[in-house]
Design a protein around this ligand. Structure first.
Ligand SMILES: Nc1ncnc2c1ncn2[C@@H]1O[C@H](COP(=O)(O)OP(=O)(O)OP(=O)(O)O)[C@@H](O)[C@H]1O
Length: 290
C-alpha cells in the first residue's frame, strides 16, 4: 500500500462513520480544559426526531480523567463524539483549550482531531495492512509530518509504553491487549491535549482490561492529556476520580468524585496518590491487582 493509498484508506476509516448544574470544576481562567454549554444533538430517524443530547453543560480542567457512564441509549457516545468533533451538535457550544469546536468546517475539524485529539475505540481500529509501528506513526503522517519524524516519535511512544517489540507485527498477529496498547500509542503519538476512549476494554478479559486501563490512565497522566472515556463497566470507571452520569441525554452528575462510601467497585480512587510510570502503567486506585 502506497502512502496516498494509506492516507485515503485511513481517512475513509475515520469518516465512515434543562442543563443541570454539574458541580464540576470550571476550566482554568485562561480557557484551558473543556467547556461544554447547552449542548443539544438531535438525529433524524425517518419522520422522527431523536433527541440524543437535551442540553449538556460540562466544565473539565486540563488533565482531568473522567468516565462517562449511563444506561444504553442515554447519549454517552453521542456526547463523546460531539466533544471530539466527530459529530456535529444541533446547538450549543464546545470549547476545548480555547478553541470553539462547534462551528468549525469539516476540514478544520479533521485537522484539529489529528493534531490535538487521540482516540481509542473498543476494537482498536488498527489498519491491518500496516505494522504496529506504522499504525502508531499514522496520525503524524496524515498530518503531513516527515516520515523520519513520524517513525521516530512512534518509536518513542512505543518505548514509553513498553511495546517496542510489537513494532514489526501486523495487527492480526497481536493479542487483543497488545492491539489496544498499540492503539493507545497511536492515540498519544501527536501529543494530544485530549484522549477520547469508547469502551476500550470492552472486548478484553478482565485481567487484560485491567492492564490496558493501567497503561491508558498512566500514560495520559504522564503526558498531561485530558482523558474522557465511555464505559458500562463500573470496574473501568473505578479507575477514574470523576464520573459523569448521563441519562436521557442529560448529565445527572458530573465532575464530582464518586462517593467513598458507594458500593464497590465505584469507590473513590485516590488518583493523586498513584504512581504514574507510563511503561508499567499506573497502579489501580484501590491497590490490589484484580
Ligand atoms: N445515527 C443515529 N441516528 C438516529 N438515532 C441515533 C443515531 N445514533 C444514536 N441515536 C440515538 O440517540 C440516542 C443516544 O445514542 P448513543 O449511542 O449516544 O447512546 P449510548 O448511551 O452511547 O448507548 P450505548 O451504551 O448503547 O452505546 C439513542 O436513542 C440512539 O438510538
Amino acid at each position: 500500500m502506497t502512502d496516498p493509498d494509506l492516507i485515503a484508506y485511513a481517512r475513509g476509516q475515520a469518516s465512515a462513520q434543562n442543563p443541570a448544574p454539574t458541580g464540576a470544576p470550571a476550566p482554568l481562567p485562561d480557557g484551558s480544559g473543556i467547556a461544554v454549554a447547552g449542548l443539544v444533538k438531535q438525529y433524524r430517524r425517518g419522520q422522527q426526531t431523536v433527541t440524543a443530547l437535551a442540553g449538556v453543560d460540562l466544565a473539565l480542567p486540563r488533565g482531568a480523567q473522567v468516565a462517562i457512564m449511563g444506561p444504553s441509549g442515554s447519549g454517552k457516545t453521542t456526547l463523546l463524539h460531539c466533544i471530539a468533533g466527530i459529530l456535529r451538535p444541533t446547538s450549543g457550544s464546545i470549547v476545548i483549550e480555547g478553541a470553539q469546536i462547534a462551528g468549525l468546517s469539516e476540514k478544520a475539524l479533521s485537522a484539529l482531531r489529528l493534531a490535538r485529539f487521540g482516540f481509542v475505540f473498543q476494537d482498536g481500529q488498527l489498519l491491518p495492512e500496516l505494522s504496529a509501528a506504522e499504525n502508531v506513526a499514522l496520525p503524524l503522517m496524515l498530518a503531513g509530518r516527515p516520515r523520519a519524524e513520524a517513525t521516530g516519535r512512534a518509536q518513542q511512544v512505543m518505548a514509553m509504553l513498553g511495546i517496542v517489540e510489537l513494532g514489526p507485527h501486523r495487527p492480526g498477529q497481536l493479542s487483543g491487549g497488545q492491539a489496544q496498547r498499540v492503539a493507545i500509542a497511536r492515540a498519544l503519538v501527536a501529543r494530544p491535549q485530549v484522549v477520547f476512549a469508547d469502551e476500550p476494554t470492552g472486548a478484553l478479559d478482565q485481567t487484560t482490561g485491567h492492564e490496558v486501563m493501567s497503561v491508558l490512565t498512566g500514560a495520559c497522566r504522564a503526558t498531561g492529556a485530558t482523558l474522557l472515556l465511555v464505559t458500562h463497566d463500573p470496574g473501568v470507571a473505578s479507575w477514574f476520580p470523576q464520573v459523569i452520569r448521563v441519562q436521557d441525554g442529560r448529565v445527572l452528575a458530573a465532575g464530582a468524585p464518586v462517593a467513598p462510601q458507594a458500593p464497590a467497585p465505584q469507590r473513590s480512587p485516590q488518583m493523586t496518590q498513584q504512581t504514574s510510570s507510563p511503561s508499567s502503567g499506573s497502579t489501580h486506585p484501590r491497590g490490589a491487582a484484580r
